[in-house]
Design a binder for this molecule. Sequence first.
Ligand code: FAD
Length: 254
Amino acid sequence: MSYYTLQTVTHVHHWDDKLFSFRCTRDPALSFENGQFVLIGLMQHDRPLLRAYSFVSDNNDPELEFLSIKVPDGALTSQLQHLTVGDSLVVAKMAKGTLVLSDLKPGKRLFLLSTGTGLAPFVSILRGMALKTLFEEVVLVHGVRRASELAYAAELEAFSTQPGCFYYPTVTRESFRHQGRIPSLIQSGQLFKDLGIAPLNRETDRAMICGNSDMLAEVRSLLEAAGFQGSTGKGQCGDFLVEHAFAAQKKTGV
Ligand SMILES: Cc1cc2nc3c(=O)[nH]c(=O)nc-3n(C[C@H](O)[C@H](O)[C@H](O)COP(=O)(O)OP(=O)(O)OC[C@H]3O[C@@H](n4cnc5c(N)ncnc54)[C@H](O)[C@@H]3O)c2cc1C
């Protein structure tokens, strides 16, 4: 029995020359928790070429949605970026990943800290119903190099108009209303000052982090220095959870 299904692309949206989103049909048997990822890809010479992708869509959405980088010489994305409505997409039958709300200890305020396509799982989590019952406040931080990479900004601005919901986009390589890397913004206190919220508190705050490895390592160190304990990823709940947004790393500067 095959470990994947063939789905059909229903919508494609290009944010800029480096990022695009797409939607496809969903096998009704595919179940996942918001925050997880699945292997998707294209058929190549009768074999699927697959890569890990975080779901952007809510688990109640009858379709699937993904946010993708365009790596010019990337084996998959050099082709995937040319997807059009009606094309076939390979989707594995089983979702994976531990970036899920059920692996966090109870808390009052949740920080969702992302760079680049690391935003994807957090859009899924924000679209889900569980978040609103678990936390009183949610702070979504998205770090990118250029403002054009702020995917889903309109949806996230709308989210931030709700009580207790904060959206903090930050840009590193051009002028923008918030600038700087996430670890620096936390360490300096600028993030909390700009949003008018209290600084980190291990008793009440929880965090989920997804992005490039430098940001993950630096934020992890900051949280551990403040007394936060990470989940071991073996079904043991933690004060924070970490997921790499991609496997092999280049210096991204965000
Ligand atoms: C758990 C997990 C979840 C992922 N979720 C997503 C997702 O939601 N969206 C997505 O676009 N990618 C995601 N990725 C990365 C994805 O699996 C592929 O690496 C990406 O699609 C590029 O594939 P490729 O074959 O074109 O190039 P690859 O050969 O896979 O990568 C080439 C190089 O491009 C860089 N790169 C790869 N992916 C990214 C990225 N997302 N952002 C910045 N640089 C990158 C890396 O330096 C890598 O060495 C995820 C990876 C993991 C491990």
